[in-house]
Design a protein around this ligand. Structure first.
Ligand SMILES: [Zn+2]
Ligand SMILES: [Zn+2]
Length: 263
């Protein structure tokens, strides 16, 4: 599989998911938008294009070489643990999701990483556009982290791609401004990260923001005691104390390089 096939496959699922969740949140929104939607969409589209273009470099030079090496050499911990493909596939999924949980948690506890992750949280609203709102620095650092995990555990290209596609769809889903029937939301969030579940993580209230780190499976928050349900009124106030730079591109890109960064 070439970098082109990998990118095309991921981008196809990304575009399809984005359109579907955009349509659903248009017809069944949970919250009203305070800022015109076109402004948010424009801002997040520029970020998405900028990030996609720049991310080709770490993908070509770090991620792909490690994935190709592992796929061809069949090297890594999981190859030692099991010879059965289906079990290895399942274990890879669990390892990648668990690793991402700790990476996200580290992004909140480590001051250096928080400077980059701040850009994701400075959004005062949350919709499918927020799913692409990541500082390029965070994306590059997380690619290096993922490459290390792939190398240690021996995760193949197919296993990685399967997880990444589900991750993209999950991130779009739980950031979208969709109103799900409360019963569906409740049952689903026992297993998967849902929009309300992730809204807890985007509130200004630190107790629930510095919690709820899961990306696909919610079991990690329960297992590592980081599940905190916010109050209904807290969920109405999203973002951080900084309400000025939300849709300012240069300020967002330059933010991690500031001396003092808010918590
Ligand atoms: Zn976060
Ligand atoms: Zn988020």
């Amino acid at each position: 599989m070439t970098i082109e096939t990998l990118t095309t496959l991921k981008v196809s699922f990304f575009v399809l998911g984005f359109i579907i969740f955009l349509l659903i949140e248009t017809y069944h929104p949970n919250r009203e938008w305070n800022t015109p939607r076109y402004k948010r969409l424009l801002f997040h589209s520029v970020i998405a294009v900028f990030n996609t273009a720049l991310m080709r470099i770490p993908i070509i030079f770090i991620l792909m070489p490690v994935l190709i090496l592992i796929t061809e050499s069949q090297y890594g911990l999981l190859f030692i643990i099991t010879e059965q493909n289906s079990i290895k596939f399942l274990l890879s999924f669990i390892i990648l999701d668990l690793s991402l949980y700790w990476w996200h948690r580290l992004n909140h506890t480590n001051q250096f990483l928080w400077k980059f992750h701040y850009v994701h949280h400075v959004d005062t609203h949350m919709d499918v556009g927020t799913s692409v709102r990541f500082h390029i620095g965070e994306l590059i650092l997380s690619t290096i982290y993922k490459a290390v995990i792939i190398y240690i555990f021996g995760i193949t290209l197919a296993e990685y791609l399967f997880y990444e596609i589900l991750l993209v769809l999950s991130i779009q889903f739980h950031h979208s401004n969709i109103l799900l029937p409360s019963k569906v939301e409740k049952v689903l969030s026992r297993i998967l990260v849902t929009p309300i579940y992730h809204t807890n993580h985007h509130t200004t209230a630190r107790s629930s923001r510095e919690a709820n780190y899961s990306s696909i499976l919610t079991i990690w928050d329960k297992l590592f005691l980081s599940y905190v349900d916010a109050k209904d009124e807290e969920r109405l106030h999203m973002g951080l104390e900084n309400r000025e730079i939300e849709l300012k591109l240069i300020e967002n890109i330059m933010y991690p390089f500031k001396k003092n960064v808010d918590r």
